[in-house]
Design a protein around this ligand. Sequence first.
Ligand code: MN
Length: 208
Amino acid sequence: MKQHYPFPLLPLPYAYDGLIPELSKEILFLHHDKHLKTYVDNLNKILAGYPKLQSLTLEELLMGLDTLPREIQIGIQNNGGGVYNHNLYFACMSPEKNQSPQGELLNAINRDIGSYEEFVKKFTDTALGQFGSGYAWLVSKNGKLQILNMPNQNTPISKSIKPILNLDVWEHAYYLQYQNRRNEYVENWFHLVNWNYVNQLYLESCRG
Ligand code: MN
């Protein structure tokens, strides 16, 4: 994720039908090729007018929101966050289903959250408790895990907290298949979590 302007639409890391039956082909196509593409395009449109910001990575832009020209702060927060959050969301799912956390990450879950079962319960409550659009997040503060939610396309890296897993609970993420049943979407999403990748992100967060 060391890219800078113009930001690319990263390809979906698996086939559009790779997450059936938990997520339909139609949902993944629209979510990636339409919703994420719009965030990428809008982010690049904003930055086109600010050559001095074009060498910054997405992380640098989002971590330094307060230092950006006032007139683009909200646009970068929404569209830069939209790109960052979706790239993480898609990378944190895998067609290799029913993985579970291992090794140091599992130790940290047991230490900071209680157990994997407790993690599932708390993460579910957090995802269902997000009023309106937003995400549930698993974050690492120098190796210490915490679950939180944030509205819209806000992202923990703007608060210098390293996210290692997120769950998009905007209606566009599930409505075509689950209608108003966010709870079923969340329940099924746990089958898809790419714990191998989350584990890598966790280890990186411990190295600082
Ligand atoms: Mn989304």
